[in-house]
Design a protein around this ligand. Sequence first.
Ligand SMILES: NC(=O)c1ccc[n+]([C@@H]2O[C@H](COP(=O)([O-])OP(=O)(O)OC[C@H]3O[C@@H](n4cnc5c(N)ncnc54)[C@H](O)[C@@H]3O)[C@@H](O)[C@H]2O)c1
Length: 252
Amino acid sequence: MTTTLSGQVALVTGAAGGIGQSICRGLRDAGARVALVDVDKAALDAVADEWSGDDVATIAVDLTDDEETAALPARVRAELGGLDVLVNNAGVRQIVPMLELEPADWRRTLDVDLTAPFVLSRAAIPGMVEKGRGKIVNIASMAGHMAFRDRAAYCTAKAGLMMLTKTITMEFGASGIWCNAVAPGVVETPMTSAYFRSDEMAASIRANAPMERWAQPDEIARPVLFLAGPDSDYVNGTTLFADGGWTAGKGY
Ligand SMILES: NC(=O)c1ccc[n+]([C@@H]2O[C@H](COP(=O)([O-])OP(=O)(O)OC[C@H]3O[C@@H](n4cnc5c(N)ncnc54)[C@H](O)[C@@H]3O)[C@@H](O)[C@H]2O)c1
């Protein structure tokens, strides 16, 4: 089956990042018009230069600004003529021992990784309900399912995002809204690139991932496309793990 999103409009946050770009490319290839949202204006401009066309809009916004974030669905409807798919992909992650994690940094991680998806979903849902159909895909993490040391805020935020996914389905599943999450394992992107150069990383992958490799961004984008399109119409409130089997069990 090939997903078709012809005539639909998608909004993707964190669109300038590794996974975000891949998701946007997949949605666009499936026929959607795509609004790319990111705080990094220079990176957005670089993507826009490469992808010129009237089926793409770029919007530079810091998602920790509640007002600007809540205004995004209206901006996208005005610029691209609708909003059918919302992908909450933007995320930040700090690797810091808990006793060294400042409350302000904890809040910043929760603001981007959990509160922004809430604020944006809350703003997008009424128009989707009015239209009778809308799909929300949240990019969580296997770190929201199992704890990793030195990532207290990140793990907590991603666990919260998986629960937000379920609560949206409970409240709006009967109103034409789908909300699902994809939980990646380790993916090679700017977020992880420094880590990838370490021996510790290679050893960790070998010890923990049954497939003994990490993912490329398009291996996360494809499950997102499935959850954004019509092939997943009886899938709601769930998290699809794209982690190469990492969370399936323990090998020893
Ligand atoms: N890379 C991995 O191994 C991995 C694993 C599991 C989950 N994830 C999740 O996938 C998502 C994408 O991660 P990635 O690896 O592509 O990271 P990335 O760092 O390449 O991209 C993240 C993007 O989010 C944007 N962003 C950060 N703060 C923002 C803010 N306040 N407002 C607007 N945009 C903001 C950044 O500018 C960046 O372009 C994240 O939610 C991440 O937690 C990644």
